[in-house]
Design a protein around this ligand. Structure first.
Ligand code: CMC
Length: 378
């Protein structure tokens, strides 16, 4: 019986449903959001436009964009109770705090239990708007400072940097952050979107699905890699140590963080944008060394390209955040903040044509053992 069953470990290569949200061709390094190239969106679209595109399946005209942007800005505040929870849990990792705070906002959201598409959309917009407020409030509390209230005059990415540093970013800094959010906004059925869809498939609500997504994104095999890459770069310290360090990881059977992807086998199309930004920002800040160190690591990894192991979106992101003086442990929260629209769309698709996501496991343990009462066990 067991030999007839074909295991699909890790669900590799398994299509579980249809989607209209994003298209990924890993053999060509191609990514489209609702038909639009990630390259065009990264270079030309704002985060607000991208989120509108994902949520409403079309690019907005100016009036639609203005109204949507205003809606995002109007929903940035978080309940005082959630702020209190952030204070109480401040010693945890920022992703744990984000997960807990998102979960807590469900208690105050008027639509929590409503799974209609309209309500899920409203909740997705609210969570997208609230996430930077949560992340920056926590970051400031950890530093012994008071949270900075959202600035209604700033767009999403600029407002995130403003709330983090209590200082308006330059236009270039804001655009860099915006590009990063655009690149992270959606990515098909990756592990965290799958987790979100599994939650949604039980006809659970968006907050529960996003909490599942955040918990799943946290691991270094998924979104946690950017932080690990920057730790590696700091550990390497100087370009001339990069080669030996990288070879050391590989020779000991370890993985070089920021390399490899389950789907992309020739190029992660998101990485090239962050590479360019990382290099330019390093030059501008008079700190080209992080780009040089990472370039050396990439050079050592070049032979792995033939095996489909290339730099992924997280490889250059960490150094870019570091140059923006963003604390390392919130790198992954940036990924999560960008991805909430994607999770929302995945949940809406799941709900619109739901089927319980419930695969099987092949049992390999003992069978039909005789139960021994506790007092007779040695
Ligand atoms: N460094 C060295 N070897 C690697 C790496 C790496 N970063 N990634 C994969 N390999 C090797 C792996 O050792 C294995 O070799 P072998 O066949 O000899 O055992 C082979 O490539 C296949 O690895 P796998 O784990 O079966 O492949 P996967 O598709 O399940 O893994 C991955 C994808 C992202 C988990 C993996 O490449 C990895 O652990 N990368 C490092 C962590 C990282 O950068 N994660 C961010 C992913 S991109 C952001 C996102 O969208 O989540």
């Amino acid at each position: 019986m067991a030999t007839e069953i074909e295991l699909k470990r890790g669900l590799q290569g398994v299509y579980i449903d249809k989607t209209q949200s994003s298209f990924i061709d890993g053999t060509e390094g191609k990514l489209l959001y609702r038909g639009y190239s990630i390259h065009d969106l990264a270079e030309m679209a704002t985060f607000e436009e991208t989120v509108y595109l994902l949520l409403y399946s079309k690019l907005p005209n100016q009036a639609e964009l203005d109204a949507f942007d205003a809606e995002l800005r109007a929903n940035r505040a978080i309940p005082a109770e959630v702020l209190e929870i952030i204070r109480l849990t401040k010693d945890a990792h920022p992703m744990d705090v984000l997960r807990t705070a998102v979960s807590a906002t469900a208690s105050f959201d008027p639509d929590t239990a409503d799974n209609s598409p309209e309500a899920t959309l409203r909740k997705g917009i609210r969570l997208t708007a609230q996430a930077p407020t949560i992340v920056t409030a926590h970051a400031r509390i950890v530093q012994g400072k008071e949270p900075v209230a959202p600035n209604p005059n700033l767009k999403q990415a600029a407002n995130f940097l403003y709330m983090l540093f209590d200082k308006e970013p330059t236009a270039a800094e804001a655009r860099l952050m915006e590009k990063d959010f655009v690149l992270h906004a959606e990515h098909g059925i990756n592990a965290s979107a799958f987790a979100a869809r599994v939650a949604a498939s039980t006809i659970s609500d968006l907050h529960s699905a996003v909490v599942s997504g955040i918990g799943t994104l946290k691991g270094p095999a998924h979104g946690g890699a950017a932080e690990e890459v920057m730790k590696m770069a700091l550990d390497i310290g100087e370009e001339d140590r990069a080669e030996e360090y990288t070879r050391g990881i590989l020779e000991s059977g370890g993985r070089v963080m920021g390399f490899g992807h389950r789907v992309y086998k020739v190029e992660d199309p998101r990485a090239r944008h962050l590479k360019a930004e990382c290099e330019a920002l390093g030059m501008e800040r008079g700190q080209p060394k992080w780009f040089s160190i990472l370039s050396k690591v990439a050079e050592v990894m070049e032979p792995y390209r033939a095996r489909g192991i290339c730099p992924n979106v997280d490889f250059w992101a960490g150094a870019m955040y570091h140059l923006l003086e963003i604390p390392k442990d919130i790198f992954i929260c940036i990924f999560a903040m960008g991805r909430i629209p994607g999770w929302t769309v995945q949940v809406m698709e799941q709900h619109s044509n739901n089927i319980l996501l419930r695969p099987l496991l092949l049992y390999e343990g003992p069978m039909d053992l005789e139960y021994t009462p506790l007092d007779q066990r040695s």
